[in-house]
Design a protein around this ligand. Structure first.
Ligand code: MG
Length: 416
């Protein structure tokens, strides 16, 4: 029988931090967003205290101190590297794996004993990488996503048969279902639909009429008919966003360029790690949310042939920045969003039939990333970017060492 599994790493960023700090195993741990602004990952102990996701750090600083929580600044180089290791183990065992985010993937597999299969996978990931995972199995992505939530609340493994779905569907609120936001849920409610069973009872034709193509797809997926196949890629809809507030405002174009290129490099590293190319880039610069310039922020987007070539991406970023920049505005934030992501092997021919991508600069990009992986972050950089003159200041008060990506940070273990 065919199955779809969703594997999700538990409290991923926290688990990455704990990997090298076993002393933190049962201690409350939070990871803060860039610039130490707000909470982006929580250990179970933090969740149990009722501290919500996304809450500004300053609001909970005292509570965290009281419960002796350990706080980390976000450390994407570490998380990316651990993520890569997790999915390597998954891909070694399965052919059809769709990486959905830094810590989640869908897997399509055939087996008469699915629980056995995912039990082995869970043990393998946890033994080889050390990151705890939860796996939920069902017959469509939407169902698998829900069952994964069930798995998380128990021992990390759950397989729901058709009979089980039928039995539980009257007790599952539509609002708990993946892809059902507040707006969609309100629409359902207007028609008296609150549970999965309510929606599934309707005929497909009626659902299509009331809620359009998206509603109709959801209806099928919840009935266990998979309309969104597991693709052997990282999800195409995904985008990579890197943006950050500055410690102080700036009116200097060169400071903005510096900040933007820093973000671009972070984004390009993600592309490289997932073997993707981007087709679209958006650059945004914003003044402080308070004050006279609040409406003077700008963002511009450009679509181009798919690339992960840093040299091309840099040119685009700087062009977009110039189009956004106004010298009189004190800027407080800059960022880059890479989107419309496709597998890096996708080739696009230009008008004259030749490849748009330059093999030379592309292999240079690859070399740059591999040198930086070997010899530490920023060992080799393009001329424009110099981390020593970052006047815009990245604040990372408590970043963990680069245990897996920098030789100088590798942990020392003493054996007696
Ligand atoms: Mg997760």
């Amino acid at each position: 029988m065919q199955h779809i599994a969703l594997l999700d790493c538990n409290n991923f960023f926290v688990s990455c931090e704990r990997l090298f700090r076993p002393d933190l195993k049962h201690r409350p741990v939070v990871v803060l967003s860039s610039n130490d602004g707000c909470v982006i990952a929580r250990s179970k102990e933090i969740k149990d205290k009722g501290i919500p996701m996304g809450v500004p750090y300053f609001q909970i600083k005292d509570t965290l101190q009281e419960i002796k929580a350990v706080t980390f600044s976000t450390h994407f180089a570490l998380y990316r590297d651990i993520s890569k290791r997790v999915f390597e183990v998954v891909r070694e065992n399965f052919d059809t794996v769709e990486q959905y985010s830094i810590d989640e993937c869908f897997i399509n597999f055939e087996s008469d004993t699915p629980l056995e299969v995912i039990k082995v996978l869970k043990e393998q990931v946890e033994r080889q990488v050390g990151i705890p995972v939860s796996i939920g199995v069902s017959s469509s992505k939407t169902r698998a996503k829900y069952v994964n939530g069930v798995a998380k609340k128990t021992n990390g493994l759950a397989v729901w048969s058709e009979a089980e779905w039928q039995e539980r569907a009257p007790h599952i609120s539509l609002f708990e279902i993946w892809g059902v936001g507040r707006g969609r849920n309100d629409e359902f409610k207007k028609h008296g639909l609150t549970t999965v069973a309510d929606l599934c009872k309707l005929e497909q034709r009626v659902v299509g009429k009331l809620f359009g193509v998206e509603g109709s797809r959801l209806h099928s997926e919840l009935q266990g008919v998979s309309v969104s196949a597991v693709k052997r890629v990282v999800s195409a809809q995904q985008s990579i966003m890197n943006t950050r507030s500055f410690a102080k405002t700036t009116t200097s174009l060169s400071v903005l360029e510096d900040a933007l290129l820093y973000h671009l490099h972070e984004g390009a590293k993600d592309l490289d790690a997932m073997n993707l190319s981007a087709r679209k880039m958006r650059v945004l610069i914003q003044p402080s949310r308070h004050g006279d310039y609040v409406l003077q922020g700008a963002s511009k987007e450009l679509t181009f042939a798919p690339t992960k070539d840093l040299f091309v991406l840099e040119k685009v970023a700087l062009l977009l920045l110039q189009a956004c920049f106004k010298p009189e505005v004190p800027y407080k934030r800059a960022g880059v969003i890479l989107s419309d992501l496709v597998g890096a092997e996708t080739e696009t021919l230009n008008l004259f039939g030749s490849k748009e991508r330059s093999v030379k600069t592309e292999s240079l990009t690859e070399a740059l990333f591999s040198i930086n992986t070997k010899h530490g972050k920023g060992a080799l950089q393009l001329g424009r970017l110099s981390s020593k003159t970052q006047a815009w200041g990245v604040r990372k008060d408590s970043e963990s060492p680069s245990y897996t990506t920098s030789w100088s940070d590798v942990k020392t273990v003493l054996a007696k």
